[in-house]
Design a protein around this ligand. Sequence first.
Ligand SMILES: NC(=O)C1=CN([C@@H]2O[C@H](COP(=O)(O)OP(=O)(O)OC[C@H]3O[C@@H](n4cnc5c(N)ncnc54)[C@H](O)[C@@H]3O)[C@@H](O)[C@H]2O)C=CC1
Ligand SMILES: CC(=O)C(=O)O
Ligand SMILES: [Mg+2]
Length: 370
Amino acid sequence: MILGILKEIKAEENRVSMTPFGAEVVVQHGHTVLVETGAGVGSGFSDDAYRRVGAQIVDSPADIYARADMVMHVKEPLPPEYDLIRENQIVFTYLHLAANEALTRVLMDRRSVNIAYETIQKPDGSLPLLTPMSEVAGRMAVQQAAKYLEMAYGGQGILLAGVPGVEPATVVILGGGVVGTNAAKMACGLGAKVFILDKNLERLRYLSDVMPANCFLLASSPAAIRDVVKKADVVIGAVLIPGAKAPKLVTRDMLPTMKKGAVLIDVAIDQGGCFETSKPTTHTNPIYTVDGVVHYCVANMPGAVPKTSTLALTNATLPYALEIANKGWRQAMKDNPEIAKGANVIAGHVTHPGVAEAFGFNYLPVERLL
Ligand SMILES: NC(=O)C1=CN([C@@H]2O[C@H](COP(=O)(O)OP(=O)(O)OC[C@H]3O[C@@H](n4cnc5c(N)ncnc54)[C@H](O)[C@@H]3O)[C@@H](O)[C@H]2O)C=CC1
Ligand SMILES: CC(=O)C(=O)O
Ligand SMILES: [Mg+2]
């Protein structure tokens, strides 16, 4: 198979979907790897590093789309690429379609085979291609919160960690999955008073065994959220219903009950966000303020630390990319139900229930296409 590694074109996105180490393995399996010139530079990989392992450097995205059986990205395809996507071409990347009806329609029209990293799922429910970026974003969320609590950014002017004699910040985390747990580890390590809310009681029981004593675990309900946000200095949105639009847990009417200069970090923004007042922002313009509450809603947080994120992402994606390349998408999905869960839009059909439900489209189980 011919694999195409595209250069990211989203604002301030410096990750790349395959390292030279990954490309080397794919080439060793007898595949051709095309890499768009400059694709790896932001992550510290020159064109020569890819050439040395047998990949070919290609000048334009149009050439890659024209030649590759499977194109790989980190972020979703953007408008300049839409017309380049070919029928039956495999598009393997983060798609977050439940938050993007326009892109869903484009991919249906192109009749391509669109496999989303974020919905590939193991039998235990975990999301192996989302996990590494959730680890990065969860940890980063606390760094960002600490920064935006500073007064110059509109924050309250408090130090997250406090100092001896002065209380630390109260950090509320909605969702105790990968993002939530990684954020909690960082915030607890800094000495903050941390509350994690999750609706999965088994998860809360597990977290109570492994988290330190400054982490408090609450069952998530509208009443619990309404109550806890009042005392929060930071709220981190980290909920997920895989493939579906995020539930709006913090509603607009709660903002006036919160502290002025509190900071909301909506990590779940890529699935539409879990605060009613969230709208996507970029690394250049990451924050805005509503009712005195600072909002940070960057949809590609790991893009800010590409040298860490690219390595973590390729570690996770490579075995799946290789299986798809070795077998073709149909056989790979027949053999490996984890990959079948990644099927979002195939040959014009919506094959993910969360995406179909988000926009009222017909849902066709992918098994019917295999
Ligand atoms: N903005 C960015 O750059 C990034 C965003 N993300 C996003 O972060 C979000 C979270 O991802 P993960 O932690 O990996 O997901 P996860 O599946 O590991 O955890 C989600 C948690 O939310 C809980 N949950 C669901 N509904 C809830 C509710 N109503 N109240 C409380 N908890 C609830 C679930 O029980 C689960 O424990 C996803 O939308 C993901 O796409 C991930 C990485 C980067
Ligand atoms: C998960 C995701 O959307 C990201 O890493 O940007
Ligand atoms: Mg994202």
